[in-house]
Every structure is written in structure tokens, then in C-alpha cells.
Write a protein that binds this ligand. Sequence first.
Ligand code: SF4
Length: 310
Amino acid sequence: MSRGSGPRLSGATSTVRDMIETTTSSPTLPAPRASQEGRTRRRPALSPSRAGDFKQCPLLYRFRAVDRLPERRSTAQLRGIVVHAVLERLFALDPPLRRPERAHGLLADVVAELDEEERALLGDPAAAGALVNAYFAMEDPRRLRPEACELFLETELANGVGLRGYVDRLDVSPEGDVRIVDYKTGSAPREVFEARALFQLKFYALVLLRARGVLPRQLRLMYLADGQSLTHSPTVAELERFERTVVALWNAILRAAPTGDFRPNPGRTCSWCPHQAVCPAFGGTPPDYPGWPGTSPDASPDDALETAPP
Ligand code: SF4
């Protein structure tokens, strides 16, 4: 892993809706991912967000993926959604037009599309504008030719585990080298947490490897709050090890699924958990377990697919 602030390959574009998946209300912002349309019926599969939830706390995974309890979006989350939308739209422009002034115009457009409540939650758009400026300090989007923005990736591993997710930006160099880019609107993590930060991108790298047979040359996390980037060049052997980890994770989820035995794992991150009120670790009582999607005798197979965790 390495840190830096300069770009390397040729570019691509980025994502937004992953951040919305776990919340109740979606902003009226950017156009929905085109690839989502027509895909309302999906087999249960693992996304990096939900995999991370289960690793952190199995009960949190249950609340989000099975119960689908509503969550209030925070200002920071909404700001991230807005900035992702701006960058996505920026890369939809012809390269010479991708200038800071144009990006700030796109920011105004995105903010104008928010409803009143969302605008109040966002607060001063200048904070989002500062992140847009930080992006331009890290790379020049006029030099980049992304293969895709908001790219939906999906694959099924040999043992049947489905993996899916959206990549912020997929860069492909003229030589064919692939780079997966993810924007973060926070600051870079301390070194001890770098591996955790790269989990999401390794997940996408594995999906790309299995779906297309392509090993990404580089994974890049761009932290807009402090202008740092974290890069890593995965190997096939590393992704194969990662695959075994993901399979083990999914098997653990399936073991808990029939009875709903998703246990709380209290830790430092509980302070950010939106479900403390129903968590036994905090004196709460979880709602009755609704059952794993598709296990109700009355449910049709289609019901099961439509309620599968993202
Ligand atoms: S409060 Fe902590 S232990 Fe409880 S569900 Fe949330 S993350 Fe898990």
C-alpha cells in the first residue's frame, strides 16, 4: 500500500448510490444508476457495505440487510452523495470542459435538485464546494478517459456466493491497465486502519477478476478532505485469499440466517450505530426476526429475490 496525491493511469468516473442503500430516503439527486433498472429481482448476494457490516457486528448486518430498519442520513453522508454526483456529472462532459468552474456549476445544479429538507440537512454548500476543489488539487480530470462511472459489477463465485456493488470510477490506460478508484469525502485513515479501508476495493477487484478475468493494476482511494490517496496493487494470490475470506463471511451469514442468530459485537463503532435503541448491548430489544428472505412458506421465489440484501 502506498500513499500519495498524484494520479497515474487514465481515468474514469464515479459513484453515488451505495451511500444511499442503507438509508430510508433517497435524495432526488442524480439519475439512478441505469444498470439498476430492470434488476428488481436479484439473488441474495453480498455487497462490500454489508460484508463490512457483518465483519463489524453481525447484528448490525441483520438490522440493515434483513430487517432493513430505517436510518436517518447524516449531513456528512448527504454531502458525500452530492460530491459524488458532481464528479459523476463532471466525467459525463467532454474532457476539455472538466474545469473547476464547471464543476461548481454542477454542484449548484445538484443542490437545486434537493428537496427543502435535504437542503437544510446539507447546510452550506460551500463545504461540498471545498471537497470539489480538493478533488481538482489531486488530479486533472481533463487528462482522464474513464471507461465507466457508477459501474455496476456483479459476479457469482464458484460456490454460488453472489457479489455485487458499484465502482465509483474505472480507469483504463491506453496500455489496458485497469485502476479502480473510489472517492472518500473524509480524511485518510491512520496506517493501522489502511487494510480495512481497502476492503471495499479488494472486493471490487475480486468481482472484476472473476467477472472479466482482469486483475486491476491499481486500487486507489482518494480522500478529498485531506487530499491524500491510498493506493495498492493487488495480486491474483492476494485476491484468491480474499475470496476465501468473503466465502467464509457469507457462510457465517447463512449459518445465522435460519434462526436470526446475528449477535451484537459492541465496540468503538457503536457510537455511530443508528440502532442502539433496539440493540441488546445497550438495553434495547430487537424487533421480531422477519426471517431470511424467501424462507417464509407463503413467500414466492420472486419475493425472496426482491427482498434480498443488497
Ligand atoms: S449498537 Fe453496536 S453492538 Fe449494537 S447493533 Fe449497533 S454496532 Fe452492533
